[in-house]
Design a protein around this ligand. Structure first.
Ligand SMILES: N[C@@H](CCC(=O)N[C@@H](CS)C(=O)NCC(=O)O)C(=O)O
Length: 279
C-alpha cells in the first residue's frame, strides 16, 4: 500500500492511501473530511464529496510522498537490533508496521526472510518499495529521510563519537553482552537448556571493557552525541537492557554510575516505553 499526501487550493493536506497499485484506474481510500471509509476511482473529496476529479489535486513533491510511505520493520520485537530501529522511528514520530519474524522459532532462517536478508538476521527494513538490511544503514537512512528531530549531532567531533559508539556496539558490545552472556545465561535456560559457564566467563572481560569504554565516551554528557539523544543511544540501550538482566551485567552496570544514570534517563523516554516497555 502506498501513501500520498496531496494538497489542493484552499484545502489542508489530505492523506491518501493507494489501495491498488496495478495499472488502470487509480483507486484510493482516504480520510475524507465529509465522508470516511469509502473508496473512489479518480475522484477525491476536495470541494465536496466525492465528485471532484483527482486531477484537481496537485501532488506534493515526489520526495514528500516517499516520506509519507509507512516503513515496515521485519523482525521480532525481542531483538535488540529490531528494537534499535523501532526506537529511531518512534523518536521521529514515524508510525511503522512490525512484520513479525519469530526469532525463537527460527523464522529468520526461512525462505521468506532469507530473501530479505541473505545472512538470516534481523531486522530487514522496507520503505517506499526499497528493502534493505543492516541496522546502522537503516538508522542513518531513517535519520536522513525523516528529518526531525535529528538523531545525529551537528559537529564532526560529536558525529565521530556517535559513529564510534555504534561501531563498538556491533564489533565488541553485542557479541560479549548478548551472544556470550545474555543468551547463555537467560535465553538458553528459558528454553530448557543449560548455561555454558565457560562461555560466560570468557566474555566477562570483554563486557567489562565495553562498559568501561562507553562510560568513558559518555563522560559527563547526557547522551552519547552530547545534548540530545542520538543514534548511538538507541544502539546501546537495547543491548545494555538485556545485559542488565544477568547478574554479571548488573554488577558491571552498577560499577559504571554514569551509564546507570544514562539508562535511567533513557527509560523515561516515550520511545523506550513504546518499544521496550519493561526497560
Ligand atoms: N549486522 C546485523 C546484525 C543483526 C543481528 O545480529 N540480529 C540478531 C537479532 S538481535 C539476529 O538476527 N540473530 C539471529 C541469528 O544470529 O541467527 C545488523 O546490524 O542488522
Amino acid at each position: 500500500m502506498q501513501r500520498l499526501v496531496v494538497a489542493a487550493p484552499g484545502v489542508a493536506l489530505i492523506e491518501w492511501e493507494r489501495i491498488e497499485q496495478d495499472t488502470g484506474p487509480i483507486t484510493w481510500s482516504f480520510g475524507c473530511p465529509t465522508s470516511s471509509n469509502f473508496a473512489v476511482t479518480e475522484y477525491c473529496c476536495y470541494r465536496g464529496c466525492p465528485q471532484t476529479p483527482i486531477s484537481y489535486v496537485t501532488p506534493i513533491h515526489p520526495e514528500r510522498s516517499r516520506i509519507m510511505s509507512q516503513p515496515i520493520v521485519y523482525g521480532d520485537a525481542i531483538s535488540t537490533y529490531v528494537r534499535t530501529v523501532r526506537l529511531a522511528l518512534e523518536e521521529k514520530g514515524v508510525s511503522h508496521t512490525l512484520a513479525a519474524v519469530d526469532l525463537v522459532k527460527g523464522q529468520h532462517k526461512e525462505k521468506d526472510h532469507l530473501a530479505r536478508h541473505p545472512w538470516g538476521k534481523m531486522p530487514a527494513f522496507e520503505h517506499a518499495g526499497i528493502v534493505f538490511y543492516e541496522a546502522s544503514a537503516i538508522l542513518r537512512y531513517i535519520d536522513e529521510v525523516f528529518p526531525e528531530p535529528a538523531l545525529m549531532p551537528s559537529t564532526p567531533v560529536e558525529r565521530a563519537r556517535v559513529n564510534q559508539v555504534m561501531s563498538i556496539v556491533d564489533s565488541y558490545g553485542y557479541p560479549a553482552s548478548i551472544t556470550n552472556i545474555f543468551i547463555p545465561r537467560v535465553l538458553v535456560p528459558a528454553l530448557g537448556g543449560q548455561t555454558d559457564e565457560a562461555q560466560v566467563d570468557a566474555a566477562k572481560p570483554q563486557a567489562a571493557l565495553f562498559l568501561k569504554e562507553i562510560g568513558r565516551l559518555l563522560d559527563g554528557a547526557n547522551y552519547f552525541g552530547g545534548t540530545n539523544v542520538s543514534l548511538a543511544d538507541l544502539h546501546v540501550l537495547p543491548v545494555l537492557t538485556y545485559l542488565q538482566a544477568t547478574p554479571e551485567g548488573q554488577a558491571l552496570i552498577a560499577a559504571t554510575p554514569n551509564i546507570a544514570a544514562w539508562m535511567g534517563r533513557m527509560s523515561e523516554r516515550s520511545s523506550v516505553q513504546a518499544v521496550m516497555p519493561a526497560a
